[in-house]
Design a protein around this ligand. Sequence first.
Ligand code: C2E
Ligand code: MG
Ligand code: MG
Ligand code: MG
Length: 292
Amino acid sequence: SIKGQYGKYFAEYNDELRNKLLREQAITDEMEQALEQGQFEIYLQPKYRIKDDSLAGAEALVRWNHPKWGIQSPAEFIPLFEKNGFITKLDQYVWDKTCRVLHEWEDKGYPELSVSVNVSRADIYHADLVGILVHTVKKYGLPPSRLHLEITESAYTENPKQIIDTVNNLREQGFVIEMDDFGSGYSSLNMLNDMPIDVLKLDMKFIQNETAKPVNQGILRFIMGLARWMNLSVVAEGVETGEQLERLREIGCDFVQGYFFAKPMPCAEFESLMVPQGGLARQSVSEMGREK
Ligand code: C2E
Ligand code: MG
Ligand code: MG
Ligand code: MG
């Protein structure tokens, strides 16, 4: 019978599905408490200027440091939080903690770097997104320009009208807007033309493993030309090799971020990059990779 033939597969499928649902339930049961107990931590990944190898800023990426499960990857829990609505709360927490760190750096005399935070597609629909962000930077006495807001490409295509409005308001307040994962979806060049953004953040796929293909280098050149024409600066993320860095240098990309330089790290560790003498900030980015 069909059941006899496929029963094994149904059973396996059901097991997998059940485990997934159990895991999601466990995450959902614990998330509120985790936030209250400070289990969510901000990690920072440095971003460098290609032209002079200097430290240009960082991206804040959240980690869940669970007492029993250990450090959990956002790739699993963020999509779930976007479904159950918890992301709005978590993101506000991340923005607040990030601004607090920037404020502490000022007290310690570190350079006034800007830091990028991720703004979930779900946050865009929050009625008071602009007010909350303005309140957060004000609370720590920071100009909004110190906070770059990364919004993923697909969010722009979902509801262009709404997002143009929101992004315009955010820019009016002085926030810098980055389009994250550019090229990962199907945003048309037409759409890009209408979007009031400041920075293009290239999706990793452009530079990873397929870099060797001449056509990819051609696409990158084209995107750079377009970005220049539109007055946008360009960040490449996911840079893992010196060869990739050289290709990006060749096309005139502005900023780079990736494991070649450093993985996301706890804020205290990031501070050592800002020490004026001997810090990575002063080292040539090309030399950094050779050390490994
Ligand atoms: P994203 O915003 O595109 O962030 C870049 C991701 O690439 C990060 O993964 C980062 O650790 C990883 N990455 C950086 N350099 C390299 C590299 O050289 N090679 C490779 N293979 N990966 C690299 P992470 O930290 O696991 O975050 C995954 C995604 O989760 C992020 O993608 C972002 O969409 C989301 N996310 C992380 N933190 C937050 C947050 O606080 N709020 C929201 N809404 N989303 C977040
Ligand atoms: Mg990002
Ligand atoms: Mg993102
Ligand atoms: Mg990205």
